[in-house]
Each structure stands twice: as C-alpha cells, then as structure tokens.
Design a protein around this ligand. Structure first.
Ligand code: ZN
Length: 264
C-alpha cells in the first residue's frame, strides 16, 4: 500500500450529488459482464509464513481463538524450517516466487485434510489448556491424559489412511448403516460413518482378502469360495467369507465334494 496515491485518488473523485431518501434516479445504462472467479493465488514463502502466524482467526470458539492468536502454527524460530521440510519431503516446489504443491503433496493433503491432526482448533485447544495450567486452573494430569487419547486417535487414523502411490481408494456403500462408504485400506476396509464403524480385516486365517473379494462381500454379502485358508491346526480349508446378521465376518463352507452326488 502506498498512502500518497490513495490520497490523490480521493482528491480526484467527483463530488457526490446530494440525495435524499425516496429520490427516483434514472440509470444511464447497464452492462452484463461475463467473468470467472479466479482461484486463490498460490502462496509465496512470505505469504505462507504470515498465514502460519495469523491462522486460527476463523476459529469459532473464542477462548481457542484468543489462545492461538499469540502463537499461530510453529514459532518464529520454527516456521521457516517447517516450510523447508515441505521442500525436503517434496510436498512443494518453487516456481518463480510461488510455492506449488507436488502430486505427492496433494496426495498427502487429501489423505489428512479432514483428520484431527490438521485441525487448527486442536492447536487452539492445546494453547488454551496450557494457559489454564499456567494459571493453575487446570490439572496437568488431565491434560496429559487427553494428549494420550489424542495420540492414540491420530495414530489410528493415520495408519488407516496409509498412502500408497496416490491411487484413488476403492469404496462401496456400507451394507450395515446404508449411509457411509466402506473404504479399502491396506489391512482393513472400514465404513467412514463414525457411528457405524463397520470394519473388515483383510486377513482371515492366513489369507488376505483381495479388493475383488471385499467388493463381493460388501455388495453381495459373501465372497465366492476362496481356497487355501489355514486353520489353527494348520490344516488347509476352502470357504466363502460372509457377513452374519451383525455384520461380523464368518466362514461359509461349501458342500463337501461328492456329498450330494449319488454314488456310481
Ligand atoms: Zn456403515
């Protein structure tokens, strides 16, 4: 901003006519302009630094907003190195002055954007709690327990969202709650509706269910017969995997060969 220019602008503006309530005025003309909204400009290093400093302004909880106002993300000493880490992990690259997210960076962003770990209100909560501990209004043990619960939650969340080459994950409507999507992860398939939480572990008696088998289970209620499971006694067996009435997985055994056939 440059103040002398602004003042000059004001001097040049024509004086406004005096108007009173209820005056009818003629309109000289109208134009229809077709325009497109522009995407938000890419961050530069300095704009990113300043939004790290001032983030949290939009928090709705006033105490949290106040608490984070002093700190933002990182500290003056660590903010620059946080950005350096984004470079060294190849999440962003520099193009002229702009910071451009890489494909890898976008994949990570999509994986974590709705997770607790990126929720700015969490930082606000912590700052707020630390202030209260400093003022003797909160017990440090309570805070510590809360952090343990939090660490467990985010670790679980992040393990479930293990990123593999940025492929779109397969997902199918949840047969249990009929509301959420069951998303396939490396070790589990899990309904994204938190109230439902339907979870299917891929590993069953020594075999991992493939995406196709999980799809059959979710869309048809059971897989085809899968060969080569191993019982606890290490005996191989063939079975279909199906849901029971509570959407737990059970084995369904095919009729024994020859069982229904007439003997020759
Ligand atoms: Zn569900």
């Amino acid at each position: 901003m440059n103040a002398p220019d602004d003042e000059k602008g004001e001097d040049d503006a024509p004086a406004l006519p005096s108007l009173s309530n209820g005056d009818v005025l003629s309109i000289n003309g109208t134009d229809l302009l077709e325009k497109q909204t522009k995407p938000r400009p890419l961050h530069t290093e300095s704009s990113l630094l300043s939004s790290m400093e001032t983030c949290g302004k939009d928090l709705t909880n006033e105490e949290e907003r106040e608490a984070i106002k002093e700190s933002g993300i990182g500290t003056p000493a660590t903010r620059a190195s946080i950005i350096e880490t984004l470079f060294s992990r190849e999440y962003i690259v520099r193009e002229k002055k702009s910071l451009v997210p890489t494909n890898k960076g976008l994949v990570v962003y999509l994986a974590v954007r709705d997770k607790k770990i990126v929720d700015i209100s969490m930082t606000g909560e912590w700052e707020n709690a630390l202030n209260k501990i400093a003022e003797g209004k909160m017990d440090a043990d309570t805070f510590h327990k809360g952090i343990e619960v939090y660490a467990t939650q985010i670790t679980t969340e992040l393990l479930e969202s293990k990123i593999e080459g940025g492929n779109q994950r397969e997902s199918y409507p949840c047969p249990k709650c009929k509301n959420g999507q069951v998303v396939f992860f490396q070790k589990v398939a899990k309904c994204q509706n938190e109230d439902c939480g339907l979870t299917v572990f891929r590993n069953k008696s020594g075999k991992d269910l493939t995406d196709g088998q999980l799809k059959d289970l979710l869309t048809k209620g059971k897989t085809g017969v899968i060969k080569g499971f191993k019982s606890k006694e290490n005996k191989p067996f063939d079975a279909a995997v199906a849901f029971d009435a509570e959407y737990k997985t059970i084995f369904e055994f095919p009729p024994k060969k020859g069982f229904n056939k007439k003997r020759k």
